[in-house]
Ligand binder design. Structure first.
Ligand code: URP
Ligand code: ZN
Ligand code: ZN
Ligand code: ZN
Length: 474
């Protein structure tokens, strides 16, 4: 036959258009879009369905060491399985440099953990925790050329936080190499100060986690990160923005003409601090940083997505099991929120929650949904147009959605390696009924049908925000 597969009769949606047409696939790529396409080994009837680019989740943590006696709940098999169950076909997890470790050694570890295990495609960002001369002068520039074109730095967390001088050093390597810097913006000293105050008062329950990192802590660090980036004249991505005041720092910078990008995440749209009320230790299920705030903050994050202040919508998937001494119920965590591992699972829930709460409730339109969940993350991090759209020549990474399917979100539907989802019980309209990676089905009707190892590691081009691109190249 002329084609391997034709997806017929569905509504194809991109970041700019929705068109009733067929999609023809050959050798893992989209080769034609048109009406009345025929002659394929397999025809998938998508009548009444939406044919969307597979999701690109640009912020995911998998198998990352997270403190003594703590184990992350997902390996690459279970994390990518959950991604596929939720309609995501590319994830960008972090490769963490530990103190004293070379970046190459860190990458070797993460590739060893991921290779042959993944159900969807994977591309690593680096986390720079130890910016030595060797790292800044040799390793990092070489790795950017090898396709690791983005790295995250932290303004908080023991063992990860960089001081302002170190941030400037890393940012100036990004400027020289055309890499994109992602910043976790929270003020470390302020958090330590507030944590000690709370502990002195005996306020150590999980719900005081949020009290220890209020909005001002995030707003200040966001502004500082933007100012440092302005000083070295480099674009910056502020990740996991949780509230209006931090968002307004980004908007202010954008209005000034600076290339400052923003990301928000599922938890900031549908969770609040109040979700922890009366839960005792079960409140640890919602402990992540920055913490979910209040309903006004949720509204601000929706607004940021609608108006384009936020370019990217991610999960910040960072899973720990709840009923587990190596997870949320670590013995030290019972003595203070300070020791509860930070992070919540969400790689599988990201798209269904945004589709249902955003598109079906009229807060964003379908094209915006595709833009912030697939096209923009692919563009921002140098994977476009291979990933993030449905176009001739793109990888046939496609999620076919039934926009009418109604169900209650449960952990069983998204099956990551954790033992709960913070989004349990949300009524969801719309679900991806088929997820395909390079033309091959990975998930069909909620069942995993693809094999481990179908997912590959992707090396990335430089971000168009950070590097000068050939203006007419595709
Ligand atoms: O609490 C969170 N978000 N943990 C994941 C690590 C990070 O800072 O993104
Ligand atoms: Zn690899
Ligand atoms: Zn972070
Ligand atoms: Zn994160």
């Amino acid at each position: 036959a002329l084609y391997d597969t034709i997806i017929s009769g569905g509504t194809v949606v991109t970041a700019s258009d929705r068109i009733l047409c067929d999609v023809a696939i050959k050798d893992g790529r989209v080769v034609a879009l048109g009406s009345g396409l025929t002659d394929a080994d397999e025809i998938i009837d998508a009548t009444g369905k939406l044919v969307l680019p597979g999701g690109v989740d640009a912020h995911v943590h998998i198998s990352q060491p997270s403190g003594e006696g703590i184990v992350m709940a997902d390996d690459f098999a279970s994390g990518t399985r959950s991604a596929a169950l939720g309609g995501t076909t590319t994830i960008m997890p972090f490769c963490l440099q530990e103190k004293g470790q070379s970046l190459r050694a860190a990458l070797k570890d993460y590739h060893a953990k991921a290779d042959g295990e993944c159900h969807v495609d994977v591309s690593f960002h680096l986390i720079i925790s130890d910016p030595t001369d060797q790292v800044l002068g040799q390793e990092l520039p070489a790795l950017v050329e090898d396709g690791y074109t983005s790295f995250k730095i932290f303004m908080t967390y023991e063992g990860l936080a960089l001081n302002d001088r170190e941030i400037l050093d890393v940012m100036s390597v990004a400027r020289d190499t055309g890499a994109l810097v992602m910043v976790h913006a929270e003020n470390y000293d302020a958090i330590r100060f507030l944590t000690e105050q709370l502990e002195k008062r005996g306020q150590t329950a999980p719900r005081f986690h949020g009290t220890s990192r209020p909005i001002a802590v995030e707003r200040e660090a966001t502004h500082r990160a933007i100012s440092l980036a302005e000083l070295v004249d480099v674009p910056v991505m502020i990740v996991h923005v949780s509230n209006r005041e931090a968002m307004e720092q980004i908007r202010w910078a954008q209005n000034k003409g600076l290339t400052v990008l923003g990301e928000t995440c599922t938890q900031y749209l549908v969770l609040t601090e109040k979700d922890m009320d009366g839960l005792g230790m079960e409140g640890t299920k919602y402990v992540c940083s920055p913490p979910p705030r209040d309903t006004a903050s949720q509204e601000a994050c929706w607004e940021g997505l609608r108006t384009g202040t936020f370019t990217v919508f991610s999960s910040d998937h960072c899973p720990f099991r709840y009923e587990d001494e190596q997870g949320k119920l670590t013995p030290k965590g019972r003595t203070s929120f300070r020791w509860v591992p930070n992070g919540i699972p969400g790689v599988g829930a990201r798209l269904p929650v945004l589709f249902s709460e955003g598109v079906m409730k009229g807060r964003i339109d379908l094209e915006k949904f595709v833009a912030v969940t697939a096209t923009n993350p692919a563009k921002t991090y140098g994977l476009y147009p291979k990933k993030g759209t449905i176009a001739v020549g793109s990888d046939a990474d496609i999620a076919i959605w039934d926009p009418k399917k109604k169900q209650t979100l449960t952990h069983e539907l998204i099956r990551d390696g954790a033992d709960y989802t913070p989004y349990e019980g949300i009524e969801i309209t719309g679900w991806p009924v088929l997820t395909m990676l390079r033309g091959k089905a990975v998930v069909e009707n909620g069942e995993l049908v693809g094999a481990k190892g179908a997912g590959e590691h992707l090396s990335r081009a430089k971000s168009p925000y950070a590097a000068q691109r050939d203006p007419i190249a595709s």
